[in-house]
Write a protein that binds this ligand. Structure first.
Ligand code: SAH
Ligand code: SF4
Length: 353
């Protein structure tokens, strides 16, 4: 028999078509969708409102695969990290960051990353390949399995949010990201609403408008520097899309939405964290009339990277200076550092390899 078709990652329309090809009516697709994405079932035998012969037929033609859990660690602060392996042996890390009564699951879109940001461990690995829509969705499904959160009301979930801030540049895998977001946010399935999903980009400018139109989750832009000279030193993408292009795109995005633009700003000692840098950053926002919120991220060092994290005093002073002028500037402390689960520390090998 030919190879089985993987159902996870198919759009509703594609699933309906697959079943039609087997001679099944459209409402079956709806039932099966619920079993897969609302109840989280991985075995067709458990789909009890389907006849036995149909269950048999489904398992002959289709599969429902989770990535394999190769390694798993839980930090003293309860941050949970998984090393996941896909069918071809490629691996990514996923992290769950719990807070008091909710939490975010941080998922990846690529194995490695082509953008080569100097401060990022993932960026030091080069791009191996894009993840498929199914592989993006299946990461979150592993987390939901682990915390037994299938078939739960939104208010009862600890895994309440998704941040696309793991490995890879999401906008370089745009179509698969879009398909994955549609599945993750579908109200008859996993049902994480788009308001609870945040996609972070290093600033691939032409995709910002498309993202807004076609994906429509929350957006965060990794800025990390107040001028082109510094940004180019740490983010090669800035040569292609400098601030003179990125800032107007952010302005336009804001025009469409109101509210503020969320920027991530990594705090690197003496590089971008002084009083003068804070002034320059605010000037930049003023120039492009952007109402910004800055997430100030403590830099997580990794072996082989020369940057030094800013001191806590510096970070607080920077934050206060921005706040004094009306910008929200919360400080994001690192989570799960003891298990190398913090931003920019993810990689695709086991620690010993
Ligand atoms: N590629 C996307 C999303 C993944 S990176 C992007 O760059 O936005 C998610 C966030 O982690 C980005 O803001 C990134 O700049 C940040 N990051 C990367 N390396 C880091 C490090 N060593 N310490 C802290 N944050 C880091
Ligand atoms: Fe890629 Fe984001 Fe890391 Fe830059 S920070 S190398 S874009 S994952």
């Amino acid at each position: 028999m030919s190879e089985k078709i993987e159902l996870i990652g198919l759009s509703k329309e594609e699933l309906t078509q697959q079943l039609k090809d087997l001679g099944e009516p459209a409402f079956r697709a709806k039932q099966i969708w619920q079993w897969i994405y609302y109840y989280g079932k991985t075995d067709f035998e458990e789909m009890t409102n389907l006849s036995k012969p149909l269950r048999q037929k489904l398992s002959e033609h289709f599969s429902l695969t989770r990535p394999q859990i190769v390694d798993e660690q839980i930090s003293v602060d309860r941050t949970h990290k998984w090393l996941l392996q896909f069918a071809d042996g490629q691996r990514v890390e996923m992290v769950y960051i719990p807070e008091e009564d909710r939490g975010a699951v941080c998922i990846s879109t690529q194995v490695g990353c082509a953008m080569g940001c100097k401060f990022c461990h993932t960026g030091s690995q080069k791009l191996t390949r894009n993840l498929s829509a199914g592989e993006i969705v299946a990461q979150f499904m592993v987390a939901r399995d682990a915390y037994n959160e299938w078939n739960l009301k939104e208010q009862a979930r600890m895994l309440s949010n998704i941040v696309v801030m793991g490995m890879g540049e999401p906008f370089q895998n745009f179509e698969n990201l879009k398909k994955a977001v549609n599945i993750l946010s579908d109200g008859e399935g996993i049902a994480i609403s788009k308001r609870r999903i945040t996609v972070s980009t290093s600033g691939i400018v032409p995709h910002i408008a498309d993202f807004d139109q076609e994906i429509g989750t929350r957006l965060a832009i990794s800025l990390h520097a107040p001028n082109d000279e510094l940004r180019t030193q740490i983010m090669p993408i800035n040569k292609k899309y400098p601030l003179t292009e990125l800032m107007p795109a952010c302005h336009q995005y804001q025009q469409n939405h109101g509210g503020y633009i969320t920027f991530e700003y990594l705090m690197l000692q003496n590089f971008n964290d002084t009083y003068a840098h804070a002034q320059e950053l605010m000037q930049l926002m003023k120039k492009y009339q952007i109402n910004a919120k800055f997430n100030l991220i403590a830099f997580n060092p990794w072996p082989g990277c020369d940057f030094v994290p800013s001191s806590n005093n510096r970070i607080h002073a920077f934050s206060q200076e921005l706040q004094k002028h009306g910008f929200a500037a919360p400080i994001r402390t690192a989570r799960g550092q003891d298990i190398l689960a913090a931003c920019g520390q993810l990689k695709s090998k086991k620690s010993a390899e």
